[in-house]
Design a binder for this molecule. Structure first.
Ligand SMILES: *[C@@H]1O[C@H](CO)[C@@H](O)[C@H](O)[C@H]1NC(C)=O
Ligand SMILES: *[C@@H]1O[C@H](CO)[C@@H](O)[C@H](O)[C@H]1NC(C)=O
Ligand SMILES: *[C@@H]1O[C@H](CO)[C@@H](O)[C@H](O)[C@H]1NC(C)=O
Ligand SMILES: *[C@@H]1O[C@H](CO)[C@@H](O)[C@H](O)[C@H]1NC(C)=O
Ligand SMILES: *[C@@H]1O[C@H](CO)[C@@H](O)[C@H](O)[C@H]1NC(C)=O
Length: 610
């Protein structure tokens, strides 16, 4: 029998502990940052759910009912973790810290300098929370309340999560959802890869929860106001094993269990062990385009392909050639981007790409394709960005049996093309406003006018503009501190879009029925300001919209969790009728070892007779 005095003492001690010690959810709080940041805390009760190389994770034995507050916490301390095991119930003191390895990332709340007060018991069962079942379902569209509804809004970086520290809304915003689970042991049921792993094996996945924007391959396509926050990155396994490097877009994976955390700019799950592929996405390769040339003005085929720093001696040059012949079915006219000069990245005064383009056209012929001719204009050395010394430029490959430049009169690196009455071009081909500062360290678009051999009258001629706008380098993480995230180079692309569109507008002002095709790597999405402006000013229409390609199938590139479209074709009104278009997912579908370029090519078939 226990004496009443002792009972009273016990009750007193218990109530003292209860009133003075904090729960884990109180430490995490309902916002991004802990209300106890930089403060010492004592007697925190938790059950160890997982151990990592530098610490361990504890879960509260007394969870609250607030979906905003995580019930788990990272305890940083290698020596502290050494003598403890998963399933131990402990009481620990320490200091709450907010940690980030880079000022552009979000902070992670953790307990540092831990001191064990006691180990209460061991062998407690530890059950992961099944995402979407034991937790809310991840939001599928919006990333942060601070994005004003559009994660690609211009201007960007108008606020910082670390400064505003908004209250979490885990039902609405992706960052808030994953933040509300930071430190938790979770399971992802029936995961599927939505991208290829990066060099560290980190792999973006979705589980069996509701998603939006799913494409036919099983990936998630980036769409207007839908940036796919329902995907989660799977990071380095806690047991020291390595995730596979061969995972492909759409592959099925075995169930994943691990700890939610934030590192290197992204929320991620650190799995207890490496990802395992259970089902490989099929077919391995997409089928070849069905769009074949008619050999006449009623069915001209156009290819568009960013060939990623192609040099004359690039080991993958024959693969690019094979893609053009086998998968694009040798379009009549191919817009290529990222053609390097004759000695590739060797940084000297060489700017000509004749050798590179001859090597490519010879390889195409060797692969059973036509003997293409080519047209390009050399840049000024080292002035167009890209790999140092490479002098990348845009170029055209064309079938000289079907097409020729109309009254050829090539411009120079610095001579600005002009639209003359007719309409016709002052330089054919010629660069658009090449000395304008909008093109600093960027590729200049190449405008050309073509004539169909044997054609008659205006229906035998058409204009093209081949673009490769400035890159998104310098962007901040979509899950970073800056909101909306920094869209690197967006101001340059806006100026570039305006210049290019104004040039095209001048063609259509001369002849509203002119047949104009603008294509290439715009390095931007159709629904973001530079391309909205491009369409508005030029009067051209996005061929994806014209041909009704489903929004989820509009992608040519994989980045982070998103299948996305950087490469586009825009056409003038005269070309809309009977237009056809396909994106050929030859590089996004295969694994990292098999991919040849970082972009997918596209093919269009246009009726240029009017
Ligand atoms: C922690 O628990 C011990 C033992 O019950 C107690 O003596 C101490 O006052 C507690 N500290 C706090 C800050 O609650
Ligand atoms: C872990 O346990 C060993 C052996 O009992 C002991 O020597 C060591 O001090 C302990 N380490 C910590 C950090 O408690
Ligand atoms: C291609 O040639 C350049 C020099 O012109 C050289 O630097 C590079 O290593 C070569 N690349 C391959 C794949 O042979
Ligand atoms: C590249 O080819 C063009 C057209 O055939 C020619 O005018 C030019 O001189 C060539 N440049 C070099 C460096 O061979
Ligand atoms: C965003 O703006 C802040 C100033 O408000 C600046 O300190 C920070 O570096 C910017 N972030 C990025 C990624 O440019």
């Amino acid at each position: 029998m226990i004496s009443s005095t002792f009972m009273g003492l016990l009750a007193f001690t218990a109530s003292l502990e209860f009133t003075s010690a904090l729960t884990i959810s109180e430490i995490n709080g309902p916002k991004f940052l802990s209300p106890y940041a930089n403060q010492p805390v004592s007697n925190i009760s938790g059950i160890i759910t997982a151990k990592g190389p530098d610490g361990l994770w504890i879960r509260s034995p007394a969870p609250d009912r607030d979906a905003r507050t995580s019930e788990s916490l990272y305890v940083f301390g290698r020596a502290f973790a050494a003598n403890l095991s998963v399933g131990d119930a402990i009481i620990v003191s320490g200091k709450v810290a907010e940690f980030r390895s880079n000022k552009d990332y979000l902070f992670l709340t953790e307990l540092t300098a831990p001191v064990l007060y006691s180990k209460v018991s061991s062998g407690n069962s530890v059950t992961p929370l099944v995402i979407g079942k034991d937790t809310l379902e991840p939001p599928t569209e919006q990333v942060s309340a601070l994005d004003g509804g559009d994660v690609f809004a211009v201007p960007n970086n108008v606020s910082l999560v670390s400064v505003v520290n908004p209250e979490l809304e885990p039902r609405k915003y992706g960052l808030d959802f994953w933040e509300s689970l930071v430190g938790e042991l979770v399971s992802v049921r029936r995961p599927r890869a939505v991208a290829k792993p990066n060099n560290f094996g980190d792999t973006w996945v979705v589980g069996d929860w509701r998603v939006t924007g799913r494409n036919g391959r099983g990936g998630l396509t980036l769409m207007d106001r839908d940036a796919n926050p329902e995907a989660i990155l799977i990071g380095s396994p806690l047991d020291g094993s390595k995730n596979p490097s061969t995972t492909k877009l759409g592959d099925e994976l075995e169930e994943i269990t691990g700890i939610v955390t934030y590192a290197f700019g992204f929320y991620r799950i650190l799995p207890t062990t490496a990802i395992k592929i259970s089902g490989s996405a099929k077919p391995v390769l997409p089928s070849s385009t069905k769009l074949l040339s008619s050999g006449k003005c009623d069915g001209i085929t156009i290819g568009d392909y960013n060939v990623e720093n192609l040099a004359a001696n690039s080991s993958y040059l024959p693969d690019i050639a094979a893609h053009i012949v086998t998968h694009l079915k040798s379009p009549d006219l191919v817009f290529v981007q990222e053609i390097q000069d004759d000695n590739g990245p060797t940084n000297d005064a060489v700017v000509s790409a004749n050798l590179t383009l001859s090597a490519l056209t010879a390889a195409i012929a060797a692969a059973g394709g036509p003997t293409y001719a080519f047209a390009d204009i050399d840049p000024v050395d080292d002035q167009d960005g890209g790999q140092p010394g490479g002098n990348i430029r845009v170029a055209y490959l064309y079938k000289p049996t079907l097409l020729r430049l109309y009254k050829p009169n090539p411009g120079s690196s610095t001579l600005a093309n002009e639209v003359l009455s007719g309409p016709t071009l002052k330089f054919n081909p010629g660069r658009i406003d090449p000395t304008n500062e909008a093109w600093t360290a960027s590729r200049k678009p190449l405008a050309a006018q073509w004539e169909i051999i044997g054609g008659q009258g205006p229906s035998s001629k058409f204009f093209t503009v081949n673009v490769h706008f400035g890159s998104k380098g310098g962007s901040s993480s979509i899950q970073g501190d800056a909101r909306p995230p920094v869209n690197g180079g967006v101001a340059d692309r806006l100026a570039q879009a305006q210049l290019t569109a104004t040039f095209i507008k001048a063609i259509l002002a001369e002849d509203r029925n002119a047949r104009v095709v603008a294509a290439g790597d715009f390095n931007e999405f159709a629904f973001v300001e530079p391309l909205r402006q491009f369409a508005k000013i030029s009067g051209l229409t996005d061929l994806d919209a014209v041909t009704g390609i489903r929004e989820t199938e509009r992608y040519t590139y994989l980045f982070d969790m998103n299948a996305q479209q950087l490469d586009h074709i825009f056409v003038s009104r005269a070309l809309e009728k009977k237009a056809k278009y396909e994106h050929v997912h030859i590089n996004t579908w295969v694994d990292s070892k098999a991919h040849i370029s970082d972009h997918d090519p596209s093919v269009a078939r246009l009726d240029v007779c009017v």
